[in-house]
Ligand binder design. Structure first.
Ligand code: CTP
Length: 411
């Protein structure tokens, strides 16, 4: 276990830094955060303190004086993410007027910087000269990528996926990598549906479900780590959860089951595997009211909501002409082990899926950010895999099985 200092400077990409911290922790390391004052505008003290269970180092005056020396002393590795143009300039110039630059100056640990900024700032001769200076001094620079920037423009300057930053930084330590996928999906396309659909009742109300989308996104990320081209169809997933996806993943956002059907039918063309983790509503209101439904003050009567069946997307694809070679469904079931295994096998057969990933839900298991216990069943009811632990661990196990299945087809 190493002690890692994550230095955060004040750019829009700072919201990805907590994921770098988490990945380092997951690899078994002890993480300290040093933040510039400007960065606290983007990610506040309480977030850092919540994630690391220790104070975030910000102030260099007063008590902070001793703190920086301590941080610099304990650090086995310093990762600066994001590194703004300003912070790069401070590091190159040897400044020590904020906790991040000061810790770097006072430490002998290897330093990794992950710059993120507007293209013009990145390409500015001053920034390029600063980066060249840092490289000459042995600082590891993780180059920014091209893509959409926080400013709304697009171009070079975007922070790479935080998982990628953590992996490359930890490689310097020779540390262990997060939840490794053993097999390769290079050259394969995997479509993952995730989240929960919302069926509109009126402009402000919907019928929804508790799916956070975390398990689906963990599977998408694991597939991307295994080298697949990954397309995600995301239904109503919070931005903070979406931020966990590697930037290479193609995302289509949808709201209702019907939108999910259209997007999935389009994306699954030519794909090698479909993993349907999304919680798709089986029913939707027969009609969506154009304006907000009001109470009738003259009566205590309540309206009756008439529901109609939604299309079953998994079944349509599983039995349809564009079925990918591998189709995996998910089912969250309550009941005894025996009951849920029977439901699972029946679902796989009925829906034309090769596998159903069975997730037993009930008090304290399944939904939200809690450990999972997933059994992968084939249509004959055989358990082909069982994955327990964090959603990332489950995802890595499942993706191993996906790769093994596709490998087998080619033999
Ligand atoms: N699913 C789907 N379209 C629907 C409903 C479900 O594609 N309209 C998919 C889900 O994404 C999941 C799988 O089917 O992969 C199983 O979902 P589940 O809701 O358990 O299946 P149902 O057939 O609705 O079974 P139940 O009667 O138990 O609700």
């Amino acid at each position: 276990m190493a002690s890692i200092v994550v230095g955060v400077s004040g750019g829009v990409a700072a919201f990805k830094a907590p994921i770098v911290v988490r990945e380092c922790q997951r690899a078994g390391h002890d993480v300290y955060v040093a933040a510039t004052h400007a960065s606290l505008e983007f990610v506040g003290r309480s977030t850092w303190e919540g994630i690391t269970s220790r104070p975030v180092a910000v102030d260099i005056a007063g008590e902070g004086r001793a703190e920086h020396v301590e941080l610099a002393r304990v650090a086995d590795l310093i990762i600066i993410v994001p590194a703004t143009a300003n912070t790069l300039a401070r590091l190159a110039g040897g400044f020590a007027d904020d906790m991040v630059s000061l810790t770097v100056l006072a430490s002998r640990a290897p330093v990794v910087v992950a710059p993120a900024m507007h293209s013009n700032m990145w390409l500015a001769p001053a920034t390029q000269a600063n980066v060249a200076t840092l490289r000459e001094r042995g600082v590891h620079v993780i180059d920014p990528e091209s893509g959409a920037l926080g400013s709304g423009d697009s171009g070079i300057g975007r922070l790479p996926a935080p998982e990628e930053i953590a992996r490359r930084a930890l490689a310097i330590l020779g540390g262990s990598e997060p939840a490794a996928v053993r097999t390769s999906l290079a050259g394969k396309t995997v479509v993952v549906t995730a989240g929960g659909t919302r069926e509109p009742i009126d402009p402000v109300r919907f019928l929804g479900n508790k799916s956070s989308g975390r398990q689906g996104l963990a599977i998408a990320a694991a597939a991307a780590r295994a080298g697949a081209r990954v397309r995600v169809i995301a239904a109503n997933i919070d931005d903070s959860v979406m931020a966990f996806l590697p930037s290479s993943v193609e995302v289509t956002r949808v709201g209702s089951a019907q939108q999910m059907r259209e997007a999935t039918l389009a994306q699954v063309r030519g794909a090698d595997a479909l993993v349907m983790t999304a919680a798709v509503a089986d029913f939707r209101p027969e009609a969506t009211q154009a304006s907000k439904m009001k109470k009738d003050p003259t009566t205590s009567d309540a309206p009756t909501l008439r529901l109609v069946r939604n299309p079953d997307i998994l079944s349509e694809i599983g039995h349809g002409p564009h079925r990918p070679p591998l189709v995996v469904g998910f089912a969250a079931e309550t009941g005894t082990d025996e009951e849920i295994l029977a439901y699972g096998a029946d679902k796989a057969a009925r829906k034309g899926a090769d596998y159903i990933a069975l997730n037993r839900v009930g008090a304290g298991v399944g939904f939200g950010d809690v450990p999972n216990d997933i059994r992968l069943l084939d249509a004959a009811g055989h358990i082909v895999g069982r994955y327990t632990g964090s959603k990332d661990e489950v995802a890595a196990g499942l993706i191993d099985q996906v790769a093994a299945f596709l490998d087998n087809l080619e033999r």
